[in-house]
Every structure is written in structure tokens, then in C-alpha cells.
Design a protein around this ligand. Structure first.
Ligand code: BGC
Length: 369
């Protein structure tokens, strides 16, 4: 009888321990507040976002998990499903492919999870709650303005155009911003386009429709891929006669592609000098700028974007309405958006903008004055 009582007590204690484990397990699960899905680990830009997110969310007292889609919309969907199953309340997604990510946003909505589109807009879905972004039209305009300023007084300067991936809505915004600034300078004879028959066919149009931009981007896309950018630049330089080279101007959409395009142009004996744009202020490109191998970059302070996303997530978690500054149409709905400004960086302000501001450490670079 005594033994039986003891075993009952033991069973009770064990059950209690199990129950406590189960409850704390559940609590731990529920504590995963925010899930973040980024496009790829293969570009420094997104690895930087990961680091800044993890640090900021930890400081804000949130549990979070960052997953990478590695260039695959299928992986992106699996990542989203996995985070939903872990109980996240808010998903911050930077889509690999804007349209393809609609399925992931729809799945989140079905599970009652709010979706913040991060940097790139998720298109063709009604279930994108908010958008946190840089002013992407301003990015393209800044790149183009840099080329225009450097070409002051020139006539018939050779212009080579490159763009991002057609599956990324930003590639359209960047190109739109650049075209708005470049087109008048093509029309007045400052620049002559050398590498795109589609752009030449539309060069008299000050404003392009999305379909017209799609034609040009389809031809000059780098797909955000260093190798594709390099191969394309090589093919263009092989096709161009020496008279189409000399002092050239290159619209390169971001830093990764800018470095490979710059290396390719630098290796061509008929290219005397080149001005090449970029964006992201990736460390490798900051070094290229210091070394005079890339002309400029557009600095997008990831800390602001991360902060804005977290503020938004916090408001959502508290059941409040997040602060927004405008909206972007995603082909289905107008998505309320919070937008952050960008800064042009070249040799003249690289130290002030990126080192003195505390964004990067001086020890990360050589040759800084
Ligand atoms: C981002 C850029 C990035 C590019 C390639 C764009 O959507 O805005 O910062 O360089 O994708 O990943």
C-alpha cells in the first residue's frame, strides 16, 4: 500500500514535470514573435541585413529567426510555412521573385500572420499589409544624375545600360528613376546608347510604361548575378567597335554587378576611362571606390530600414496601426509604405558618409585618407 502510494506520488511528480516542460516548450514556441525571410546569403547586401536584424530584434527584446531563400521561390514558401508553424505573428519578407511570393503572403494571411514586405515589394497579392523600403526611384535617379554630372560638356558619350532582375519590382523602379534623368540627355545628344536596341527604339520617349521598361530590362538584365553581368559586359564590348568605346559611361544597377562590369571594362584596351554607378555601399565596393575602380555607390542605410520594420512589427504586435508615409501599388492593392532616403557616396564623401558616421570601421579598408 505504501509502495503503491509512493508510485502514485512519483507518477504525479513526473506528470507535473512533463506538463511544465510542455508548457514552457509552448511558451518558447509562442515567443518566436517575428520571422524574417531574405532572398540569398550569396550577396553581402542581404547578409548585412541579417546581422542588423538579429542585433536590433534582440535589443528590442524579441525572439526572431532569419531564413534565406537562396534564390528559390519554393524555398521561400517553405521558409514562410516553417515560420508560421513556429507561431510567428509578423513576417518580414524580402521576396526572391515579387509575383511568386504572392503565394507565401496568401499562406501567411490564412494563418492570421501579418506580412511586411521588406525592400522589395511582394506583387500580385492582396495580403501584403505593409511595405518598408528605400526610395528606389531616387536610387536610379541618383545613379543617372551622377553619370550626367560627369558627362557635362560632352557630346555623343558612349552609354552602356544594365539593369537588375525582371522578377524584382525594384529593378523597374531603379530603371524608371534612371531613365527619367538619362532620357533628356540622350535626346540632346550628350549620350549615345551602345548596348541595347530596345532602349534605342524607345529613346525618344520621356516616360516609359511598365511593358516598355520590361522590354529594355529583359535585354540588359544582370539578374542581379555577378557572372551574368560579366558575361553580358564582355559580349557588349566584343560587339562594339573601338570607336564606340573611349571614355564610357555605365549605368550598373548595384555594387555586385558594378564590380564585375567595372573589371570587364577596365580590361578592355579600347576603353580609356569609365564612370560606373552602383548601390548598397557593400564593403568590397567601398574599397573599389577608395581605389578608384568604381565611381560611386548609393548608400542605403540598412539600419534605418531594419528599425522601421521593427517599429512596424511592434505596432502590429500591440494591435496598433503602424506609421506609414505613402503607398505603392503591387498590381492588386495599394500597400501602405514607409520610405527611407538614400545618400550618394563617391571618393569625395566616402569617409564622412560611411566611416565617420559609424556605419563601417576604418580598419575594414585600406588607403582611406
Ligand atoms: C535591392 C538592392 C540589391 C538587389 C540585388 C534589390 O531589390 O534593393 O539593394 O542590390 O536587390 O539583391
Amino acid at each position: 500500500m505504501k509502495i503503491a502510494k509512493k508510485s502514485v506520488a512519483l507518477i504525479l511528480v513526473l506528470t507535473l514535470i512533463f506538463a511544465l516542460f510542455a508548457i514552457s516548450g509552448c511558451a518558447a514556441k509562442e515567443k518566436l514573435d517575428v520571422g524574417i525571410v531574405l532572398p540569398t546569403k550569396d550577396e553581402p547586401r542581404w547578409v548585412q541585413d541579417e546581422g542588423r536584424f538579429t542585433a536590433a530584434l534582440k535589443e528590442a527584446g524579441f525572439t526572431s529567426e532569419v531564413l534565406f531563400s537562396q534564390g528559390s521561390s519554393a524555398t521561400e514558401k517553405t521558409n514562410v510555412e516553417s515560420l508560421i508553424s513556429k507561431g510567428v505573428k509578423v513576417l518580414i519578407i524580402c521576396p526572391q521573385d515579387g509575383d511568386a511570393a504572392a503565394a507565401a503572403a496568401d499562406a501567411a494571411a490564412k494563418a492570421g500572420v501579418k506580412v511586411i514586405s521588406y525592400d522589395r515589394l511582394i506583387t500580385s497579392s492582396e495580403n501584403v499589409n505593409y511595405y518598408v523600403t528605400f526610395d528606389s526611384i531616387a536610387v536610379g535617379a541618383a545613379q543617372a544624375q551622377y553619370l550626367v554630372d560627369k558627362a557635362a560638356g560632352k557630346t555623343a558619350a558612349p552609354l552602356f545600360l544594365y539593369a537588375g532582375a525582371s522578377s524584382d519590382n525594384n529593378a523597374f523602379l531603379f530603371f524608371e528613376g534612371a531613365w527619367n534623368v538619362l532620357q533628356p540627355k540622350i535626346a540632346d545628344g550628350t549620350f549615345v546608347i551602345k548596348n541595347s536596341s530596345e532602349a534605342i527604339a524607345l529613346q525618344d520617349k520621356a516616360t516609359l510604361t511598365r511593358d516598355e521598361m520590361a522590354k529594355i530590362i529583359g535585354q540588359i538584365t544582370t539578374n542581379w548575378d555577378f557572372n551574368e553581368a560579366k558575361n553580358k559586359a564582355e559580349a557588349h564590348l566584343t560587339a562594339a567597335p573601338a570607336t564606340d568605346k573611349g571614355d564610357v559611361f555605365i549605368l550598373a544597377p548595384n555594387d555586385g554587378t558594378a564590380r564585375s562590369i567595372a573589371d570587364t571594362f577596365a580590361a578592355d584596351k579600347d576603353v580609356t576611362s569609365f564612370v560606373v554607378t552602383g548601390q548598397d555601399a557593400e564593403k568590397a565596393s567601398v574599397q573599389y571606390i577608395i581605389d578608384g575602380k568604381q565611381s560611386m555607390t548609393v548608400f542605403k542605410d540598412v539600419r534605418s530600414l531594419v528599425d522601421d520594420s521593427i517599429k512596424m512589427a511592434v505596432s502590429i504586435l500591440k494591435g496598433e496601426t503602424p506609421e506609414t508615409t505613402g503607398s505603392y501599388n503591387n498590381k492588386k492593392v495599394d500597400v501602405a509604405a514607409k520610405q527611407t532616403q538614400v545618400i550618394v557616396v563617391d571618393q569625395a564623401n566616402v569617409k564622412a558618409a560611411l566611416i565617420d558616421s559609424g556605419y563601417y570601421a576604418a580598419t575594414d579598408f585600406t588607403g582611406l585618407n
